[in-house]
Ligand binder design. Structure first.
Ligand code: KIV
Ligand code: NA
Length: 265
């Protein structure tokens, strides 16, 4: 079986099929999602918060992104693997973006990269696409800019909505194959989706985008504490894992594990 390509993704959207994307940060979890039929896996820089223990996505490095992206590629057979360019890996300009994206493609084996920003990133997107690297854009809330924009709904009000539409068109015109819309009003996400021919991938952007993406630890209920309102928890992995750990600990302390069937003589 060959891997899903950006052309397959575009074709699915053209047929009117909605498609799901999930983040993944390790080979084992990625293999579960791959076998479950998730067609696009994002090695998001949300690994900062969800896997590496940072407060934000800002500290994530190219080394971390490369190692975990390679793991996700190794854990999958079918999925298109998309890796985020971390903060500081493309802001200097298109040449820096190409150098780092090339590393993710050659050393980690990903099929595409994602970077944040619309008009402000169009030169980076264009050079990558010209070099043969598929690019997914990311506009609306862009968490790498948390220190200037915070974490709030973007594109509210006429001026901000017009800017979001300009950003979406800039991403498309630069050659991106898809664009993430994060935390924007559903009506605006629907308008962007009608305006663009490339697929829109919503997170906190309502039901009318061409695709959806969720952070896997949020959707599986592994994340501790508060999760954003736009997330749905499809499982309670945190509880399941805690129960398993407690039961194991009790059985070790109580001397009932290991039992005869776990023991060699
Ligand atoms: O890093 C990430 O997980 C993302 C998605 C939320 C789109 O960028
Ligand atoms: Na990200």
């Amino acid at each position: 079986t060959r891997r899903i390509s950006v052309n397959d993704i575009a074709a699915a959207t053209e047929r009117g099929e909605k498609w799901p994307m999930l983040t993944a940060y390790d080979a084992m979890t990625a293999s579960v999602f791959d076998e479950a039929g998730i067609p696009v896996m994002l090695v998001g820089d949300s690994m900062g918060n969800c896997h590496l223990g940072y407060e934000t996505t800002v500290p994530v490095t190219m080394d971390e992104m490369t190692i975990l992206s390679a793991a996700v590629v190794r854990g999958t057979k079918r999925a298109l693997v998309v890796a985020d360019l971390p903060f500081g890996a493309y802001q200097e300009g298109p040449v820096q973006a190409l150098r780092n994206a090339t590393r993710l493609v050659k050393d980690a084996g990903v099929g595409a990269v994602k970077l944040e920003g619309g008009e402000r990133s169009h030169e980076q997107i264009r050079l990558l696409v010209e070099a043969g690297i598929p690019v997914m854009g990311h506009i609306g809330l862009t968490p790498q800019s948390v220190n200037t924009m915070g974490y709030r709904v973007q594109g509210r009000g006429e001026e901000a909505a017009q800017q979001l539409l300009r950003d979406a068109k800039a991403v498309q015109d630069a050659g991106a194959f898809a664009v993430v819309l994060e935390l924007v009003p559903a009506e605006l996400a629907a308008e962007v989706t009608r305006t663009l021919h490339i697929p829109t991938v919503g997170i906190g952007a309502g039901p009318d985008t061409d695709a959806q993406v969720l952070v896997w630890t949020d959707m599986a209920g592994l994340t501790g504490g508060k999760v954003p309102r736009f997330t749905k928890q499809y499982a309670n992995l945190r509880q399941v894992l805690a129960n398993a750990a407690k039961e194991y600990a009790e059985e070790v302390v109580g001397g009932t594990f290991p039992a005869a069937e776990h023991t060699f003589h």
